[in-house]
Design a binder for this molecule. Structure first.
Ligand SMILES: [Fe+2]
Length: 598
């Protein structure tokens, strides 16, 4: 593409969930997370791959980019890069690669840093459908107050080593005003675990995640475990005293953390009741704090529209309560609410705050990856093990055929169009199943996902039918809010109903995803149910598939029955069935020790 456009590149740099986002004339052209390319979940480090991906997709060079904006929540990016050299934090391979990059220790004034919560805030309000409203950013930890240099960030009088925990803003058009910030006070730590002992909402939730799952980044699993806990059977973990958040200290009674040793099974632990009760408590307390904050924001500003970003905004149960109970008319949540979405916020900070351009784009879709050509799909074949059938004639439809096979109980890999940006598969890189079958959850776990049995699977539903099946009329295009399943539907779609009667719903309009919508309609014609089970398309422990070849690998190594690659239906052939036990042994040895993913 010729340089007739204005380009801004945003980068989430170096720590977890490295990503890049390229704006073309103020619209998101492409965005990608490093994990999708390297195939390592939450990949950190240098950002060469994600920058190259965006530039190549657009057909431009780095010199064509007018402005690059970066953030890392740890330190300002240029300072981090200097430290990485002498602290030896950069692996030799990446150091060799990056030392040649003009984006590594850049000399150009076209490359700037923005602070963390401000980037989260821009990732939401800059692309939301509202002209004015308020923004709520809550995450685990952001930048040090002394590193926040943008004007109006309420850092006066704040301890220079305090770090961002919550930030609240009001916006009108392209203008953003900071209303309130809640800081994590510096704390003493043991080894490198200071973060887990910080007195903030997101940090505490991550501490509970570490305690129960030995991983700070399993907050979604804590949320899924919470309904199994007994109400009020665990002491409070977060409290509001007036408008101040108080995090009671942990003491010796917190003596049952999960410590994986490769032998014990988490599911069989004698601490399960303790963990379930704790999960209930932290989820309950987090919801109460978030609701109090949202109501305060509503009452003090009179705003009707709320935007959410920051990792805590991935808590779809709390989001559901904010939507229903906080008093706003409209709530919009950035689908990449975690730090992968920082690159979007960086790019829009550059566009709106630095280049002083007006807002001009609403993020209606999260499909921001490249669209692979049909030729790439044909090359992804594995002629020895699979057979293909293409449905591209006037009377042929991959949707109709897939609906029939799904209704017969088959598990489907569904690969279409551009990949989703963010943690959720939203119908272009999805594994699909029949929600009418109660056993579908076990089938998916046994054949593909290997997740803990307590974790629910999510439904994808045609927008027009959603209110008949789930309580509430609000849309949920990014699978970011939980809703109650209506009583008369619970037995009809048991595979997606969580133990508390809720589901993490994704609604689909035809204009949002024509092929997925048609598939849902074809499935409804056969079954009377416009709903499918939708889970992310990935091998256990790996990120969501990016390329057609990634999809083919996942299909081959797992118990998925059929694969739709654009218009091509892929099935396993007779030779595959002979070799399946050996393929399974290979898969188990290669993947089974890894963590499961969503
Ligand atoms: Fe963050």
């Amino acid at each position: 593409m010729s340089k007739n456009h204005s380009y801004v590149l945003g980068i989430n740099a170096y720590d977890h969930d490295v990503s890049a986002c390229l704006l073309r004339d103020g619209e998101i052209a492409y965005a990608i997370e490093k994990e999708r390319i390297t195939r390592h979940k939450h990949a950190g480090g240098f950002f060469q791959e994600v920058v190259d991906y965006c530039l190549q997709a657009e057909g431009i060079m780095l010199d064509d980019v007018d402005l690059v904006v970066r953030n890392c929540y740890v330190l300002p990016v240029d300072e981090l890069e200097v430290r990485m050299i002498y602290q030896g934090d950069m692996p030799d391979r990446e150091l060799a690669q990056t030392s040649k990059s003009p984006l590594y220790l850049p000399k150009s004034n076209k490359v700037v840093t923005v602070s963390h919560h401000l980037a989260h805030a821009y990732s939401a309000f800059a692309v939301c459908p509202f002209d004015e409203g308020v923004v709520m950013v809550v995450d685990g930890v952001g930048n040090y107050s002394s590193d926040i240099k943008e004007p109006g960030q309420l850092t006066e009088g704040i301890n220079p080593l305090a770090r961002e925990s919550e930030s609240y803003y009001r916006f009108k058009g392209s203008e953003l005003e900071t209303l309130k910030k809640v800081w994590l006070q510096p704390c003493r730590g043991m080894l490198s675990d200071e973060f887990f002992n910080m007195d903030g909402l997101g940090a505490l939730y991550s501490r509970v995640s570490s305690y129960i799952f030995a991983d700070w980044n399993k907050c979604g699993e804590v949320m899924g475990l919470a309904p199994y806990g007994r109400p009020n059977n665990f002491r409070s973990l977060l409290e509001m005293k007036g408008d101040e958040l108080h995090v009671p200290e942990w003491d010796a009674e917190f003596n049952q953390p999960w410590t994986p040793d490769g032998v014990k099974k988490w599911e069989a632990s004698s601490s399960m009741r303790h963990w379930e009760d704790m999960a209930w408590r932290v989820q309950h307390d987090a919801e109460e704090v978030l609701l109090a904050r949202a109501r305060w924001l509503r009452e003090t500003t009179g705003a009707r529209n709320l935007c959410l970003a920051g990792g805590v905004a991935l808590n779809c149960v709390a989001n559901g309560r904010i939507v229903r109970e906080a008093g706003f008319d409209n709530v919009w949540i950035q689908p990449a609410a975690g730090d992968n979405g920082i690159s979007i916020g960086c790019a829009y900070y550059g566009r709106l705050a630095l280049q002083k351009k007006p807002r001009s784009f609403v993020m209606k879709q999260a499909t921001l990856g490249v669209a692979y050509p049909d030729e790439a799909v044909r090359r992804a074949g594995n002629p020895l093990l699979v057979s293909h059938q293409t449905f591209d004639g006037p009377d042929q439809s991959i949707c109709r055929e897939a609906a029939k096979l799904l209704a017969e109980g088959n598990v489907f890999g569904w690969f279409q169009g551009r990949a989703e940006f963010g943690p959720r598969a939203l119908g272009n890189r999805s594994i699909l199943g029949d929600p009418r079958r109660a056993e579908m959850k076990d089938i998916l776990n046994k054949r593909v996902k290997f997740r803990q049995a307590f974790r629910p699977f999510a439904p994808i539903v045609a927008y027009e039918r959603a209110k008949d099946i789930f309580v509430g009329e609000d849309e949920s295009p990014f699978m970011l809010r939980a809703k109650q399943v209506r009583p008369e539907w619970k037995d009809r779609i048991p595979a997606i109903v969580h133990v508390d009667g809720t589901a993490r719903v994704q609604t689909v309009r035809r204009e949002q995803n024509e092929r997925m919508y048609d598939l849902l309609m074809d499935f409804e014609k056969l079954t009377g149910v416009p709903v499918l089970v939708n889970t992310s398309f990935n091998i256990k422990g790996e990120p969501i598939v990016e390329t057609p070849q990634d999809a083919m690998n996942c299909f081959i190594y797992t118990g998925i029955d059929y694969l739709a690659l654009h218009d091509t239906l892929v099935a396993k052939n007779a030779l595959y069935k002979v070799l399946a036990p050996f393929i399974r042994i290979y898969y188990e040895s290669r993947y089974h020790s890894r963590d499961e993913t969503d």
